[in-house]
Design a protein around this ligand. Structure first.
Ligand code: PMP
Length: 314
């Protein structure tokens, strides 16, 4: 797929090809880096794209920077404007993924001694069509790897280094013939997947691990909890989950910006329900897609219009 025309780097929208760094900056450069993953959805009737929960994502970006001791030179509000400007510059009339990344500027060659707090910031966008309602499903396993815990590397923020944990678990799962691993936390309870939270349905209730169970503080998980309660009238429990509860769940799904809602059909080859996408998951997928695209008017405060409609008129 072709790259978009522009990205934003350290204060400027610039041509994609011009944003390069020297090869000696490889290695340590991204150990302390943090990032965000955000999506925007195209609504053809409105001729507009809507970014999903942009202020919440950029608030977490700010918190991630704080936790890894990077100084924020740009205000969160100005980064929000920057993201909208970049999407307009690239004229993305499609579903996209937006990735802001903050790293320790000045080269990574210093290793442990590279403690400068000055941050370089990059924001890039790419085309990423939704897979909601496309029938995408996953078979999961419980990983032999343990999820990082808060006194090791804080799971609640998006530090690049955290993802080595999920990458090892994913490689193991894939080699063993599964699509996605579920990692247990150091209490031996279900935490989450490598890049998404997990929700199970038992007796009509939604159950998901709490924010102190070694999970990322997921914005999608929060949205799903609110939609399930307010729009579908479901009971939602945030609590520790035993691994064998996953085996006897009626339904389960992964949720996150990239994962959106991805139904899980089995865990460690224990089939969930009748082995197909369950009714609660399916209902949530319908609702979520409408809310994301803005074809469902509910939760309008979660959608930031990009301004592409106005641009087309100008
Ligand atoms: N857990 C991890 C480890 C993740 O990387 C992600 C994706 N950001 C999530 C959960 C889901 O978080 P969100 O809904 O905010 O994208």
């Amino acid at each position: 797929m072709a790259n978009p025309k522009y990205l934003w780097w350290n204060g400027k929208v610039m041509p994609w090809e011009d944003a390069t760094i020297h090869v000696t900056d490889m290695g340590w450069s991204t150990v302390g880096a943090i990032f965000e993953g955000i999506r925007a959805y195209w609504n053809p009737d409105d001729e507009e794209a809507y970014v999903f929960r942009l202020p919440e994502h950029m608030r977490r970006f700010e918190q991630s920077m704080k936790l890894v001791r990077l100084e924020q030179e740009y205000s969160t509000d100005s980064l929000i404007d920057t993201i909208l400007e970049l999407i307009r510059a690239n004229e993305h009339r499609e579903d996209i993924y937006i990735r802001p990344l903050a790293y320790r500027a000045g080269g990574g060659g210093g290793g442990f001694s590279g403690f400068g707090s000055e941050a370089g910031i990059l924001i890039n966008t790419s085309s990423r069509p939704t897979h909601l309602k496309t029938g995408k499903t996953q078979h999961a396993c419980v990983s032999s790897w343990t999820r990082i815990s808060d006194n090791v590397m804080p799971p609640r923020v998006k530090n690049i280094s955290n993802y080595r944990n999920g990458q090892l678990a994913t490689m193991e799962a894939n080699i063993n013939g599964y699509d996605v691993p579920l990692l247990l936390n150091d209490q031996r309870k279900i935490a989450e997947g490598p890049g998404a939270c997990v929700v199970m349905v038992r007796d009509g209730k939604l159950v998901t691990p709490g924010v102190t169970d070694s999970i990322l503080e997921s914005i999608t998980r929060d949205a799903i909890i609110q939609m399930a309660r307010d729009d579908l009238g479901l009971v939602v429990e945030e609590r520790a989950i035993d691994r064998t509860e996953m085996y006897i769940a009626d339904e389960a799904f992964m949720c996150g910006t990239a994962a959106e809602i991805t139904p899980i059909l089995s865990v460690d080859r224990y089939q969930l329900g009748n082995g197909e996408i369950g009714p609660v998951t399916s209902q949530l997928e319908d609702l979520f897609l409408g809310v994301l695209r803005g074809t469902d008017s509910r939760h309008s405060d979660w959608r930031t219009p990009v301004g592409l409609r106005q641009l087309a008129k100008a």
